[in-house]
Design a protein around this ligand. Structure first.
Ligand code: PXP
Length: 238
């Protein structure tokens, strides 16, 4: 059975919009676990635009499933990971101006740096995953730098239309097979929603899906009715 890692970054995005304390991604993570999440994923970005260091520290102590820390492959982030010791680190590319992670990590170009960082993370007992495009050269390089997992970037597939979608799905299928042959665990994520995940699920072989935006978007809409009713009762009953 495939696993679901729930990414709670956007709970923190809403909190940061007001600079206050709610909604708390730590509370949201507990709710996600109670609802059946197999893991909690957070991306501690260099600009701290959503998840804060405090969230990661608290989640390390409260997450009952497994904690997956997404982060850029920088010395600062590796040092934080060595202190927090999440169950998994997923290394992702990061650009300051991007709205969300754009494209996979270029493992081929950064082999030496990544091999060193992965070695350090392994010494701390952390399992390491690399977020990569479904590209054979990137997969081979991931195995060479001794990553434990790859997370296949599904964003291009999710954005594609018509024939291009079919060929992007085929690339994911090939990457799943190739990753396994190389001895890598295979996860997937980015852009997946309640519709476009179905053909990916049908491929089989993917261990864990990391999903954030579509779940938090749906939570806002399915939760809005109850939230308005509760406030209307207060206001109308006054
Ligand atoms: N996996 C990785 C590596 C990501 O960077 C993200 C976005 O933070 C996700 C999965 C989740 O993507 P989405 O929010 O589109 O579901």
């Amino acid at each position: 059975m495939a696993k679901l890692g729930v990414n709670v970054d956007h709970i923190a995005t809403i909190r940061q919009a007001r600079g206050g304390t709610e909604p708390d991604p730590v509370t949201a993570s507990a709710i996600a676990e109670l609802a059946g999440a197999d893991g909690i994923t957070v991306h501690l970005r260099e600009d701290r635009r959503h998840i804060q260091d405090r969230d990661v520290m608290l989640l390390r102590r409260t997450v009952q499933t497994h904690l997956n820390l997404e982060m850029a492959a920088t010395d600062e982030m590796v040092a934080i990971a060595m202190k927090v010791v999440p169950d998994y680190v997923t290394l992702v590319p990061e650009k300051r101006q991007e709205l969300t992670t754009e494209g996979g990590l270029d493992v081929v170009k950064q082999k030496q740096k990544l091999a060193k960082q992965i070695d350090l993370l392994h010494q701390a007992g952390i399992t390491v995953s690399l977020f990569v495009d479904p590209d054979l050269e990137q997969l081979k390089a991931s195995a060479r730098v001794k990553a434990d997992y790859i997370e296949i970037h599904t964003g291009t597939y999710c954005d594609a239309k018509g024939k291009a979608k079919v060929s992007e799905l085929a690339k994911i299928e090939e990457a799943v097979k190739a990753g396994k042959k190389l001895g890598l665990g295979v996860n997937a994520g980015h852009g997946l929603n309640y519709q476009n995940i179905k053909p990916v699920l049908a491929l089989g072989g993917i261990e864990e899906y990391n999903i954030g935006h579509s779940i938090i978007s749906r939570a806002v809409l399915v939760g809005l009715d109850r939230a308005v009713r509760e406030m209307a009762e207060l206001v109308h009953g006054s």
